[in-house]
Each structure stands twice: as structure tokens, then as C-alpha cells.
Design a protein around this ligand. Structure first.
Ligand code: FES
Ligand SMILES: [Fe+2]
Length: 383
């Protein structure tokens, strides 16, 4: 992180820790409860937000060698990404051009030299070209192979991550344009040098926004996380900034008070705080001392999401397995508390008890996130 920025964030956060204050927005804010279950609203979010923006689907170390591949489903699109022997990273719809069977069933792996459809054995090369059709001359005399390669999806490797826009509408992909002022900050952490450690995925019964909002305030820390991470963090204290369409939050740990005693010198924010980047729309990137975790909320319906958790560690610390396993166990135990609460809130919203959700001035990150979302949707109304 750039030194002047880091110094500024340390000073702002320390002041809050000392004074028991936190960043505030101007007023309490309300959003309609319908936003969390209405089918039309959901379709609008998918079409105007998700299908037009790059989203992270892998860390670059998951596609490090020729033949490496990962699969993922984003916004209903089954994707397969691979690294070719020429070093190219491709992203395709994981769908056979014959009658639509899924080509690759595994979540990830290596040694992929092409795609063999498990239904009638059409085969494709690693660049998606249709190579072989059994009994082609007799059965498909009019087939134009050049028009029947796998359908490509825009993909870009940037800042250590592999980004895809979940759309086949054409057009390119501009990760830096999407990240705006957050781009240089992400670059400063050197995530290209990190390595993939582990990944988990689970379905949840909540709207994707509840997931994001659950990680954008720490007003709940001492209560919901009393048996997990509450002893580590300062309750209801955070520094929050909007960076273009995205949000940066800093959650100080109790150990940060040591900075108060030791004036000056090198004060590395990551030593005593978690830095959270919410990459719009639904990726939460937690930057820790020497590891990072991604928490992504992939929408699967107005009241359904799939949560994908990916852990990365600095390459020189990969051997510290016991440490990382313990760290991940603690992280996941708190995350389960958050996700269970998201499901609970979804049920509460559907009960009709509240017409609106109320965000306090201290839940500033949630409000900044919702401001962006509402702006984007207003700019691009439903046709
Ligand atoms: S659906 Fe793939 S070969 Fe028939
Ligand atoms: Fe939480």
C-alpha cells in the first residue's frame, strides 16, 4: 500500500480507536425491503450490473501451468477457463455446441489438452476449435466446423486474478476501467505473487446484497461474533471510503492500540487491521498480514446466492500449513455466523414485518455500497 495513503489510514483509524468513534454517513438511511426479493429488481441487477462488469473467477496460480483449468457458474452461465501450452488463458461457456451437454464436470484440475463431450464425443481443442465429430460425413454433411467452436467469454488476467464478464453479448473487458481508483491499491499488494490455498462454496438462502452488507459494518462484531472473532477486533469502529464504484473498509484489531504507544516509525496497517475491499458488485477481498481471502456472493435468484470463499497466501509462507489451517478455521467460523444471519434476515424480510431496512450512520459502508448500486441501476433503467 502506498505509504502516504497507509499513513493517513493508520492515523484516521487510530483516532477512532482512541476516541471510540467511527466513520459516519450524514444520516440514517432506509432501503425498500422489496429490493431483497422482488423478481424484476433481481433481473435488473443481473442485466445492468452483473452481466456488464468483470468479476473474479480464479486466482492466477490456479491456472499457472498449461492444462490447468477451473469451472464456475456465474449468473447462470457455466464457464470453463483453461491455460493453453502457448500460455493463453481462455474462458468459454462450458457447453457443447452439438446439443448443449456440459463439457467439464470437475471444479478444477490440470492436464486438460482439449474438451471431450461426454454425450456423443465431439471434441474441441484447448482454444475451443471443434476438432472431431464422430461420423461427421454421414451424419452432419453440412456442418461448418469453423462456426461451431466453443463460445468465448471475455477474460483478462489482472492484479493476480482472472476476471470474466459473464456475458456472451460481445465486447471486451476492461478491468482497470472497472476498478478505477481501486486499481493502483490492488496492484500495490502484489497478489500475483500469492498462491491459491483453498476454496469452498456453499448455497445460501439469501439475496446477494445481504451477504455484501453483512461484511460492510462491524456494529455486529461484539454481539454476533462473541464466540469467534470478537476478542480480536475493536467493536463498531471502522474507517470507510468509497473508491469509484467500490468500497474500502478498515477494521482495526485490538492490538492496534500498540500504535498509540509507539509514536512514528513504520506503522504497517495490515499488522493490526483487516483491510476489506468490496469490489463492486459482490466480491469482498480481505487483506490480512500475509494472506488474503475472497468472499464472493454469486446471485442465483432473488433469495438465493452461492457463497464462494477462496484463500490465498503469500508464496513464501505456503509451507506454514498448520498456521493457515487454523487461521482459515477461525475465519470460516465467523463467516458461518454471518451467513446464518443473512439467511435469518432474508426470512425476516419476507415476513413483511418491515417495509424498509434501516441503516445507521455507523453502517456507512453499507450505505456507500447501496448508493453505488442505486446509481448504476438508475443510469440503466429496465427497458
Ligand atoms: S452434446 Fe456434446 S457431443 Fe452431443
Ligand atoms: Fe461478521
Amino acid at each position: 500500500m502506498e505509504r502516504t495513503l497507509e499513513h493517513d489510514l493508520v492515523e484516521r483509524t487510530l483516532t477512532h480507536v482512541r476516541d471510540r468513534t467511527t466513520d459516519l454517513v450524514a444520516a440514517e438511511t432506509r432501503y425498500s425491503a422489496r429490493d431483497y426479493y422482488d423478481e424484476d429488481r433481481y433481473r435488473h441487477e443481473i442485466d445492468a450490473v452483473f452481466r456488464r462488469r468483470p468479476t473474479i473467477v480464479a486466482h492466477v496460480s490456479q491456472l499457472a501451468r498449461p492444462g490447468d483449468f477451473v469451472t464456475e457458474t456465474v449468473c447462470g452461465l457455466p464457464l470453463v477457463l483453461n491455460r493453453t501450452s502457448e500460455g493463453t488463458v481462455n474462458a468459454f461457456l462450458n457447453v457443447c455446441r452439438h446439443r448443449g451437454a456440459r463439457l467439464v464436470g470437475e471444479a478444477a484440475g490440470g492436464r486438460l489438452t482439449g474438451f471431450l463431450c461426454p454425450y456423443h464425443a465431439w471434441t474441441y481443442g484447448p482454444d475451443g476449435d471443434l476438432r472431431n465429430v464422430p461420423d461427421e460425413a454421414a451424419c452432419f454433411p453440412n456442418l461448418d466446423r469453423s462456426a461451431m467452436g466453443l463460445v468465448r467469454v471475455p477474460v483478462e488476467v489482472r492484479h493476480g486474478f482472472v476476471w470474466v464478464t459473464p456475458s456472451t453479448a460481445g465486447g471486451g473487458l476492461d478491468v482497470d476501467g472497472h476498478l478505477g481508483p481501486m486499481g493502483p491499491e490492488l496492484a500495490s499488494f502484489g497478489f500475483d505473487d500469492y498462491v491459491f490455498y483453498s476454496r469452498e462454496s456453499e448455497p445460501r438462502s439469501c439475496n446477494w446484497k445481504l451477504g455484501v452488507e453483512g461484511f460492510l459494518e462491524n456494529y455486529h462484531f461484539a454481539v454476533l461474533h462473541k464466540n469467534s472473532t470478537a476478542p480480536i477486533f475493536v467493536h463498531n469502529v471502522s474507517t470507510v471510503d468509497r473508491l469509484g464504484d467500490h468500497v474500502r473498509g478498515v477494521a482495526p484489531k485490538r492490538s492496534m492500540a500498540r500504535f498509540l504507544e509507539a509514536e512514528g516509525g513504520e506503522r504497517e496497517l495490515r499488522q493490526h487491521a483487516t483491510i476489506l475491499y468490496v469490489i463492486f458488485p459482490s466480491t469482498c477481498l480481505f487483506v490480512e498480514r500475509s494472506h488474503a481471502s475472497l468472499l464472493q456472493f454469486l446471485p442465483e435468484g432473488p433469495d438465493r446466492s452461492r457463497v464462494v470463499i477462496t484463500h490465498l497466501v503469500s508464496s513464501d509462507s505456503l509451507r506454514l500449513r498448520r498456521l493457515w489451517d487454523e487461521n482459515i478455521r477461525l475465519f470460516n467460523s465467523a463467516v458461518v455466523e454471518d451467513l446464518d444471519m443473512c439467511d435469518s434476515v432474508q426470512g425476516g424480510i419476507r415476513s413483511g414485518a418491515n417495509r424498509e431496512l434501516l441503516f445507521g450512520r455507523n453502517e456507512a459502508g453499507c450505505v456507500l455500497f447501496r448508493e453505488t448500486l442505486e446509481e448504476v441501476l438508475a443510469r440503466d433503467p429496465v427497458n
